[in-house]
Design a protein around this ligand. Structure first.
Ligand code: HC1
Length: 581
């Protein structure tokens, strides 16, 4: 601990914190802008400038560590003037179209102006680069709105390790983007959208699909089916003022019905289905391995499209490690246009499937040629929030609604898909019972080593006794790993490439923490909010009567009536795909 003085208050603070952190610990708020909690320092905007006695110039509070005896002033005339000038200079290069801007009233730059006390732009003249990059299905990059805070650069490089957003040029020609003037579709963007979650203005955002969906809802003769991802219910409430971690499953279903969707389905149904297909695929691969046949292990989950794009871009020679399962919402789309279309007597051409996803990469996924017609539109959680507001629905006062049958029935195993480690835990709940023939106790289903928000987790499963079909597994230890965030994914992939991966089965999600902090989730997303959303996801699971995918009665019926058996002919035709570079 060290002793410092801030604004004449004597404080004791840890020796390894910055002035900004020390001040916050004691309730002294220093305006800041480019700073990203929990991530590497950035220090590009200087809005958090403070006076430190003995220093020749103002210091950036987010970049300067405390030292014993340090005396800091955060609110002097000099400090206030400096912040004002910095803000005015940023404002002078920013469009003045707040009223029509998508981020109006949710814009951190606008909020900062209020804190600093600037409401007018004193400077006039040319503005720097005006360019909109919208040549991809997921993310729109509007350079005219960019305030050069470089948070996206930090996210893309330090957190995701993708490294495509960087500072380019100098002076008036400075902009943030890929090098050589490429657009995002011309380089190795994974479309994870983490940059959109940290952009304080409207310079980076998801491609808007709201108008397409409204058009279909109003079109005669269209059957518009909607499905909602596991992580959306744990975050949508934040768009309506609920505290992070508030589950709004029932209100979400009710709102979707009020919006006019004809069938309200749950991607969780298809998450259960994924476990049956993926679990059996894993068992098939493991059986080959114990019989010393050639097979690609570890098998890696394939439901996160940002992750799929990343492995295709960076490790294309490892693609056969991916499970062949389509992601759950694509499975549901395929079933909606086959099994369900036949059941309700509607021509699949008249069915329009909309997925509500926490993810921007899902917008790209539905355009992939291998599975192009399964789902027609993806709305992020943020976009659904906007649609509900546009429709004038009083979300907070809605009575809880329900999902429709048959694709609205799901187990707790599906709920946990929404958080890192959840797909693996759900798979273990099923695979363990198939191998051993023994039932896991309902109250003891969690696989603790792979729970929580660490970026890489691992676990082991020792098979002591197995059924006759899996006798060869007896005495074997199955090793699993879970990674979230692309930097962690890269580490596990490198092990595979180097031939030293100790694992049999790996779950990878592109976004840190998994879908709960997907690129389309409400802003802000930070460590504390991730934690709350994760707890909500586990609460949803623990409150379910059924918590194992193979116990889902609607899934069992689907196999009986339509699919036949896991990994059978129909499954391969509708639920699986093949990735080739
Ligand atoms: Fe996900 Fe998935 S869990 S990918 O993280 O497998 O987006 O929520 O919908 O499809 O089920 C996202 C979440 C989501 C799929 C499922």
């Amino acid at each position: 601990m060290v002793k410092i003085t801030i604004n004449n208050k004597q404080l004791e603070v840890p020796s390894d914190v910055t002035i900004l952190q020390a001040a916050k610990m004691h309730g002294i708020l220093i305006p800041n802008f480019c700073f990203l909690e929990g991530v590497h320092k950035n220090g590009s905007c200087r809005i958090c400038s403070v006076e430190v006695e003995g220093a020749k110039s103002l210091q950036a509070a987010c970049m300067t560590n405390v030292t014993d005896g340090m005396v800091v002033h955060t609110n002097t005339k000099k400090v206030r003037q400096a912040r004002k000038i910095i803000y005015e200079l940023m404002l002078s290069n920013h469009p003045k179209d707040c009223l029509s801007c998508d981020r109006n009233r949710h814009c951190e730059f606008q909020e900062l102006g209020e804190v600093i006390g600037v409401s007018e732009n004193p400077y006039e003249g040319d503005m720097s680069i005006q360019y909109v990059d919208d040549n991809n299905p997921s993310i729109v990059r509007d350079l005219s709105k960019c305030v050069l805070c470089r948070r996206c650069v930090t996210m893309c490089n330090e957190v995701q390790g993708v490294g495509i957003l960087n500072n380019q040029n100098r002076g008036f020609d400075t902009f943030v983007g890929p090098s050589e003037g490429f657009d995002l579709d011309g380089i190795n963007c994974s479309y994870c959208g983490q940059c959109t979650t940290v952009c304080p203005v409207d310079a980076l955002s998801e491609r808007d699909s709201i108008n397409d969906v409204w058009r279909m809802l109003h079109e005669e003769g269209k059957r518009v089916i909607v499905q909602t991802a596991p992580a959306v219910r744990a975050a949508l409430g934040e768009e309506f003022g609920y505290a992070p971690g508030t589950l709004v499953t029932g209100k979400m279903a009710a709102a979707l019905r009020e919006l006019g969707f004809h069938d309200i389905f749950d991607t969780n149904f298809a998450a259960d289905l994924t476990i049956i297909e993926e679990g059996n695929e894993f068992l098939q691969r493991l059986t080959k391995a114990v019989q010393h046949e050639e097979v690609s292990l570890p098998m890696i989950t394939s439901c996160s499209p940002g992750w799929i794009k990343y492995i295709e871009n960076r490790f294309p020679e490892q693609l056969d490690h991916l499970s062949s399962c389509k992601s759950p919402h694509m499975m549901l789309g395929a079933l909606a246009k086959s099994f369900y279309a036949e059941k309700i007597g509607v021509d699949p051409k008249d069915i329009y499937v909309v997925s509500i996803m926490p993810c921007t990469a899902k917008k790209y996924e539905i355009t992939r040629p291998e599975m192009k017609d399964d789902v027609d539109a993806v709305l992020t959680t943020r976009e659904l929030g906007k649609m509900i507001k546009e429709a004038g629905i009083d979300f907070r006062n809605l009575e809880d609604g329900e999902f429709d049958k048959p694709f609205g029935i799901s187990t707790g195993a599906a709920d946990i898909f929404g958080t890192t480690g959840g797909v693996m835990e759900a798979a273990i709940r099923t695979v363990f019972e198939i191998i051993t023939g023994t039932e896991l106790p309902f109250e003891n289903l969690h696989v603790k080593p792979i729970m929580g928000l660490s970026s890489i987790k691992e676990g082991e499963l020792f098979i002591e006794k197995a059924t006759d079909d899996y006798k060869a597994f007896e005495g074997q230890t199955v090793k699993v790993a879970v990674a979230s965030g692309l930097t962690s994914a890269r580490l596990l992939l490198q092990q595979i490439e180097d031939g030293v991966s100790p694992y049999h089965f790996i779950e990878i999600m592109a976004c840190p923490g998994g879908c709960i902090s997907g690129g389309g989730q409400p802003r802000p997303t930070n460590a504390e909010i991730r934690e709350k959303r994760m707890e909500a996801i586990y609460r949803e699971d623990e409150g379910k009567e059924l918590r194992k995918s193979h116990d889902n009665p609607a899934i069992l019926k689907l196999y009986e009536d339509f699919l036949g058996e896991p990994l059978g002919h129909k499954s391969h035709e509708l639920l699986h795909t093949h990735y080739v570079k």
